[in-house]
Design a protein. Sequence first.
Length: 534
Amino acid sequence: MDVRKAKKLLEINRMLTKSLTITDILKNVIQAASELLEASSVFIIYLYDEEEKVLRFAEGKGIDQAHFKKIAFAPGESISGKVFNDKKPKLFMSESEIDQAMNNMSQENYNHYYQGVNKQKIKSAFVVPILNKDRCYGIVVVDNFSQKGLFTEEDMEVIQAVADQSAIAIENSRMYQNLKEKNDLLKQSISIHHRFYKLIIEGRGIENVIQLLERIIHSDVTLSTDCENTADDCVFPIVRGNDVLGVLNLEKPFQDFTHMNQIAIEQASLSIALELIKDNALFEKEIHLRGEVFNQLIEGISGRDFQNVLQYVRWDEDWHVQCIILEGRTEPLWKPDKLIDKERFIQAIEQAIATFGLDSLVLTRAFQLIMIIPELEHSRKNQLIKHIQVQFKDMNIIYGIGRETRIDNLSVSYNEALRSVGYGKLHHIDVVEYPMLGIERLLYEVDGDVLDMFMQDKLRNFDTLDQAFIETLRMFIKLNKNHKQTAEHLHIHPNTLYYRLRKIENVLNIDFDAEKDWIDLVIAFRLYVASNKN
């Protein structure tokens, strides 16, 4: 290598290290190659596209760039693809050697290539990889269309040196661009965060947050509290811990938005979550206050305190109220770790009550929902419960209903509703009105130990009977001592029924035809069933 070329390579090295953009680097490589190889007028650079896995035209001289920009060489395709795969330079000394190396070029690429070189045939050529630390970024092609065997190994080594220097410059440029893009993204992300955060601080509300998001991403967005379909690609969940507070409905899948627009959607969801959490905290305070008001009512208050409570619930002093308790039969109305579900359930109940134009008091105790309804006719009460049942048809809810009482006797209706819920759970009844209960109402008022002693006295030796006798007695009581129907329901012969009944009488030392014995037996047996001893 002569001194002139060596000096030129040093100059090129300094020039490339100063460049931080790919475009400048490639233009400098083409210029350097032209100055070092004056015998050639055609220089082409292809860079590898990591996403599409093809070599694409990046810069050139002496060709029609418009056609070359349409070329996409797969690794291993034509001369360029083979050198890229092998990561070794290749010098071509004859036309036949060049033709053979190009014979697997796709027809589409060949058409663009042939038009791009003005329909000329290559006489001499060599290709060198742009290589750094065994990573190939692309290739440099040097062609001549007028003279065979023009280029030498030394020519190829000189351009290889330029390519090696350019590989380092390309790597530095990409690192710089990557850092610059990350820094720009960070700045934009911080700016977007500040814009949303400012709306929340100023108390502008969720509507303004959504409007700002729509302006940023140039797409319509709606907020929904229906969280059933969070797997949909076109919804973005708004999350707090284990709670999905809502979703943003997008016009297209989240992944189809640009990275910056994705950041904007994420920031908007965080801002909305803060607003919803704030609303939830206020709602929890309101529910807590309702609980305190309810406690005052059932504990008994008077005077100014009573008037303040009436003013809070918007009731008249002479109104009558009724307590209705909702409780899940097998599982809670809301999960302990899903408090947003609790809020939504309460709000849905309030909306249902509001359709009836009632000033109610709705609150919770543990996992029960309590409704205090004023001045509600029996038919409208049934309509309200039916409305709630339809709305929550997928939930197994028990409704316990106390009697109407004066406001200052609310504790009576509340305790009756509690007992009704207990009765409904025990006997698998969905809606239990306390006034409709029979002897159970009296039994609730008696001490449990007294009831247990009564049951033991009246059913002495009852446990010596097997299950068939117990089931026979249960059906006999249920069918009001109808022998024929009892035998049919039990699918037994009347003589078998007669035998069982006589044995029960003998064991219990009673007579079914004696009114007192029969009443005592019915009460004791109900207590027996209630105690789950069967």
